[in-house]
Design a protein around this ligand. Structure first.
Ligand SMILES: [Fe+2]
Length: 151
């Protein structure tokens, strides 16, 4: 059994609820990205959208960037702190180290996607920016969940 699974077995109810709540917030923030751009699942550009829609998409980018990073950072810090409460697990444990590396990698990749996104948006390619951001955020969190949090 992985350390995350061991952590869940020994965790206090309020910590478990906080984890679940944070997972939900992450999920919701990725879902709002998906539902904001109406061209997310096709390859159309913003020329097909009216001004109000374009203003909404552009306007929400700042809060998406902030939310994705801050929710992920808080969540990872919390997850790491509760994993360290498992008997026999320390910062030097290989399994803990690998899990922490994966968290850091997600943050790095999200920040890279966000700066690529900024560039696309400034070129008027906001729909591409949404597709990139949604795909990267969803993939990174799905992969991490599968490899580390569900074992
Ligand atoms: Fe994790």
């Amino acid at each position: 059994m992985g350390i995350y699974a061991q952590t869940l077995k020994n965790i206090a109810t309020e910590d478990f609820e906080r984890l679940e709540d944070e997972h939900q917030r992450l999920h919701d923030s990725i879902d709002i990205i998906r539902s904001t751009c109406i061209n997310l699942e096709n390859l159309l550009s913003c020329q097909n959208c009216n001004r109000v829609q374009i203003a909404t998409c552009k306007g929400r980018l700042t809060s998406f960037s902030y939310n994705l990073i801050s929710i992920s950072e808080n969540h990872f810090d919390f997850e790491e702190s509760i994993m360290l409460q498992v008997a026999g697990i320390s910062k030097e444990s290989e399994e803990f180290h690998n899990h922490q590396q994966s968290h850091q990698n997600i943050l790095k990749e999200l920040k890279e996607a966000l700066s690529e996104c900024d560039l696309l948006d400034s070129q008027g390619r906001t729909a591409e920016c949404y597709r990139l951001l949604y795909r990267r955020a969803a993939e990174l969190h799905e992969e991490h969940g599968r490899l580390f949090d569900l074992e």
